[in-house]
Design a protein around this ligand. Structure first.
Ligand SMILES: C[S@@+](CC[C@H](N)C(=O)[O-])C[C@H]1O[C@@H](n2cnc3c(N)ncnc32)[C@H](O)[C@@H]1O
Length: 370
């Protein structure tokens, strides 16, 4: 399963510009800042990754997962490369530029290839603030290759301002303590409309009657709004939050601590639900989940989407519900029906809420996409 925004990046003109700019460098002197692999890259480069799935195409590079707080592997690189992933937002692109600039040795070069029409001038301004000066080194198919050199003009303050940027998401549905978010995660500045629609419905409904769930699962947890809502609603319940984005997963743990439910929350940084063996914390939740809450990544490839959703039934007790929120239920309903789920679809403004249950005896049906 590949990580969003990096599929087919090798064909991108900006990636080609970056690859050509650093081709002759010793790869051990090169830092790829959340940019994916570069075509023709020789083994030895260091690569910051945001998502566990990026490890799949990382052969020959040393992967350093994104983390909260200062986490630079070194500060003596000769070059740092930034290929902005538009769907993650300008604030995350600026974080990448700041990480890259901070990781350079004096005289090192910061490269960024971006379409002029897609925010190039604004990122060039950020490079100027960080390094004092920026130049356009190449142009290709509407892309500009910007380069800055780290000189005495480098501003550690400008880097710190970007690296410490965070947001608080306050919403009546979340209770009195806002959730902490940061650049690089899903819906970082406000509660997602779909998440809000599902929470509003769950609040209004008597979701589980008079039974309190003991074990809750949040699949694709983001920074945790669904699962952490549930830990507030059922103060004795435990939560497993599964998330592939390292930053988001770290924020679920931070948010759980802020809400005072840290000891009841287990965060798993993983590509979907693991087939955990016995004895591990998550292994003990498999087959014992009383309630699953899912706002799935609907832009995922169909096969990846099915691989993410289909194993849910192995984690739920027979008859226990999984609640989903989607814009359109077609693909989800097809995958779930193929696993033997019984479905209840509710239309709310802008979204469909899907409640799936698996009666006993459906655990062995195919998980292949329909
Ligand atoms: C639509 S967002 C929902 C986030 C959160 N539940 C919310 O309601 O705000 C989907 C989340 O699923 C995560 N995700 C996507 N593919 C995943 C996978 N294969 N395994 C685990 N998490 C995944 C994404 O990183 C993203 O945070």
């Amino acid at each position: 399963m590949s990580a969003e925004g990096l599929q087919d990046s090798a064909a991108d003109p900006g990636v080609r510009l970056l690859a050509a700019a650093v081709r002759d460098l010793d790869p051990h002197d090169l830092l790829l800042v959340h940019s994916g692999p570069l075509p023709g890259l020789r083994p030895g480069a260091t690569r910051l990754i945001l998502d566990v799935r990026e490890r799949e195409d990382a052969a020959g590079t040393t992967c350093v997962p994104a983390s909260r707080g200062p986490a630079l592997p070194r500060d003596d690189f000769a070059a740092a490369v930034v290929w902005p992933r538009a769907h993650l937002g300008k604030d995350f692109s600026e974080v990448c530029l700041a990480l890259g600039a901070a990781a350079l040795r004096p005289g090192g070069r910061l490269y960024c290839a971006v379409r002029k029409a897609k925010g190039g001038p604004s990122l060039a301004r950020a490079m100027t603030e960080l390094c004092g000066v920026v130049e356009v080194q190449e142009r290709d198919s509407g892309y500009f290759l910007y380069v800055s050199e780290k000189t005495a003009s480098y501003s550690a303050e400008a880097a710190r301002a970007r690296l410490t940027r965070e947001y608080e998401i306050a919403d009546p549905l979340l209770g009195p303590v806002p959730l902490l978010a940061a650049p690089g995660v899903f819906c970082r500045k406000h509660l997602d409309d779909g998440t809000r629609a599902l929470l509003a419905e769950l609040e209004a409904l008597d979701v589980l009657g008079d039974r309190s769930p003991r074990q809750i699962l949040d699949l694709g947890a983001g920074i945790g709004p669904l699962g952490l809502w549930a830990t507030r609603r059922w103060p004795d319940a435990r939560l497993v939050a599964v998330e592939s984005n390292y930053l988001a997963a770290a924020l679920v743990a931070e948010n759980a601590a802020r809400l005072g439910c840290g000891p009841r929350v287990e965060v798993l940084v993983a590509d979907g639900l693991p087939a955990s063996g016995p004895g591990t914390g998550t292994g003990s939740a498999r087959g014992r989940v009383d309630l699953a809450l899912v706002n799935p990544p609907t832009h995922a490839e169909p096969e990846a989407f099915a691989r993410l959703v289909a194993p849910l039934r192995h984690w739920l007790r027979p008859g226990a519900p999984a609640w989903f929120v989607v814009n359109r239920a077609g693909r989800l309903a097809q995958v779930l029906a193929h696993t033997g789920a019984e479905l209840d679809l509710r239309e709310v403004p802008g979204f469909t809420l899907v409640r799936a249950t698996w009666p006993q005896g459906h655990a062995n049906m195919s998980e292949k996409p329909a």
